[in-house]
Design a protein around this ligand. Sequence first.
Ligand SMILES: C[S@@+](CC[C@H](N)C(=O)[O-])C[C@H]1O[C@@H](n2cnc3c(N)ncnc32)[C@H](O)[C@@H]1O
Length: 261
Amino acid sequence: MTGEPRLGDVFGELLRDAYAVHTGIGPRPLVGGRLPRPVIEIIERDDGLVNGAPAAHYLDGPEHWQPYDHRAVDRTRGATLDVGVGGGRIALVLQERGIPVTGLDTSPGALRVSRHRGVRDLVLGTVDEHVADGRRYDTFLLLGNNLGLFEGRERAPAFLAALAALARPGAQVIAHGTDPYGTTDPVHTGYHEHNRRRGRLGGQLRLRLRYRELGTEWFDYLVCSAEELAELVRGTGWRLTDVDDRDAPYYLATLRLAAGR
Ligand SMILES: C[S@@+](CC[C@H](N)C(=O)[O-])C[C@H]1O[C@@H](n2cnc3c(N)ncnc32)[C@H](O)[C@@H]1O
């Protein structure tokens, strides 16, 4: 034993337990074999910051959603790829509305939960891997802060190129992001500064997720301002056509495939 977590499907295990608590289906996590134990996602940042977030909201029905989730769903049209479908909360509502939706995720456990909840069309993998499947889409959703999957300056162009390869003419991306720069907390402003000094975007987080004895590899997850997003999109096949920041610091960014792509 090293004290280090074992690599595994953190998100899948976390969602499985949150689903068991939510529905009573499957063994529920218990304290001392008796009392319900809350299911908490542990997020470690590479400066040592540790945060815990309850996982239950990944299963929330629309009555508990934030307003921007409703606006994202209202803008969704045509064949839709829900990138990082998680527990399927968005895909289920799209299905109910008759919108053809495919849920993509790298977590086998998340896909199991989504399938059990009734999401019909699910694919395991990344956007890059999905290109070879030959399916094409009108809308790409990056919800639940999944603009983070842009990672940073190095990965964003390749990620956007994969989406362009999966796109039908006129396609759109609807992405939920958070502007990280409103804070005055020195733990965060110091981290932003540290990142910039090492050539990264201020909110380019280096994270590892943990649940019970499991952990992920360290990965980059991008929290950026709309101005930084505009910079990342420039020169790709996409145009940033709208930033809805009615719920600032959260925003919904809409990208459109440039004409002729
Ligand atoms: C923060 S959760 C958001 C879940 C869902 N979109 C929601 O709003 O409830 C992130 C999800 O993205 C998935 N994910 C992480 N990296 C991914 C990648 N490179 N490609 C596809 N999915 C990924 C995770 O397994 C997880 O299900």
